[in-house]
Write a protein that binds this ligand. Structure first.
Ligand code: SAM
Length: 368
């Protein structure tokens, strides 16, 4: 069956997983803007695969949504930041025309605190010029990397993005397609695509690994690759398709900021399926597909990880962020306080020694 062109209407049905993806993106940026804007008057947002302005029934795509979020936050927190430059890269002329037309009609796109540019080539071709500008100004940037496939987001380009100062990414990794592609790995063209995607031939290990379901092995290998390039946090959030009930992709948040990683994880949990780390509507997506812990597993996890050690509360969260499943910051706070009451940890309050709270800088001593 020939592949559908990227502007085919069938590719632009607004599905539940798309709404969840947009919620995560918007809620996170809603926090990112005032936090970074406190110290930086100008920020940059890059949508590397921007898409249409609107989906088939008029639902807004990521560029319009992000602009609305930026304007709403700048209204709520005036002056933080003063200006956001948005770069929208869209390779397909049909989708790009739709995006440009919608942006022209969208009042918030003409807010004086927003500057937007629509770039007409590919993510790979247009990102270099954008990165040159970011390097010159040193402005913090957020990259949304949201392709339909996986053959146009080379790891070498993500490496360059990671080297920019104070830059974060939200990457859509199409594990279901990659899984299928792996079956064709003897084809030289596919082998080249996979090597470009992973940045090495490490993907060849996937054929022989038996420890994990394949999509988990793919995302883990990919995140390990990002970490080798200097990414501190790479939290992968599984996304299911509501009708086929399978994991189709992972959203991976890539950041070097403790606070950013914590905030994003909370937003992912809030947008996802209750009690799980991921979005799956009402069905679990395969019993081992999600990282899923019962709510009373966090104490055990923390004790296993940190017994005999003393760490700041923020390090306790950071050290277990990608293994603790659907636990939010508030859960960590409650569990550490409960462990203190049970005599299993001691809290040394740095910020407010006489208080009862738990600050990120407070020390948590895990007793032997
Ligand atoms: C998944 S859609 C984007 C959806 C959009 N980010 C949203 O959330 O509403 C992917 C888009 O990337 C475009 N595209 C495909 N290859 C591209 C490339 N190499 N560079 C930039 N855009 C590309 C497609 O035409 C399509 O519009």
């Amino acid at each position: 069956m020939p592949a559908l062109p990227d502007d085919d209407d069938k590719k632009w049905v607004y599905r539940l997983h798309t709404a969840v993806k947009h919620q995560i993106l918007q809620k996170y940026l809603g926090a990112w803007v005032p936090i970074l804007g406190k110290w930086n008057k100008r920020l940059v947002y890059v949508d590397g695969f921007a898409g249409r302005g609107r989906y088939s029934k008029g639902e807004a795509g990521s560029p319009l949504r992000v602009i609305d979020t930026l304007v709403e936050r700048m209204d709520t927190f005036p002056g933080s930041p003063e200006y956001v430059t948005c770069h929208f890269i869209e390779a397909h002329a049909g989708n790009r025309d739709n995006l440009s037309a919608e942006l022209t009609q969208h009042p918030n796109a003409h807010d004086r605190r927003i500057g937007y540019r629509v770039h007409p080539h590919t993510f790979e071709a247009d990102a270099s010029g954008i990165m040159r500008e970011i390097r010159a100004t040193g402005e913090p940037a957020f990259f949304f990397v949201d392709p339909f496939g996986y053959d146009d987001m080379p790891m070498s380009l993500l490496e360059e993005i990671l080297q920019l100062p104070r830059t974060e990414m939200l990457i859509n990794l199409m594990t279901s397609f990659i899984h299928r592609g792996l079956a064709w790995n003897t084809d030289p063209k596919m082998a080249h695509t996979l090597t470009t995607l992973f940045g090495s031939q490490s993907w060849q290990m996937l054929a022989v690994q038996q420890d994990l379901p394949m999509h988990q092995a793919i995302v883990q290998l990919y995140c390990d690759g990002l970490k080798k390039l200097g990414a501190e946090y790479t939290v992968p959030f599984p996304m299911g398709h509501e009708t086929i009930r399978k994991i189709i992709y992972y959203l991976i948040h890539v950041t070097n900021s403790d606070m950013g990683a914590r905030i994003m994880k909370d937003q992912m949990i809030k947008a996802g399926t209750s009690g799980q780390f991921g979005f799956s509507l009402d069905q679990p997506l395969g019993h081992v597909a999600m990282i899923h812990h019962d709510l009373d597993m966090l104490p055990e996890l923390l004790i296993q990880n940190f017994k005999g050690r003393t760490l700041r509360f923020e390090q306790v969260i950071a050290g277990t962020l990608d293994t603790s499943g659907a636990y939010m910051q508030a859960d960590y706070r409650r569990v550490v306080k409960d462990l203190a009451t049970a005599g299993k940890v001691k809290i040394h309050r740095v910020k407010n020694p006489a208080g009862k709270g738990l600050d990120y800088k407070d020390l948590v001593e895990f007793l032997h």
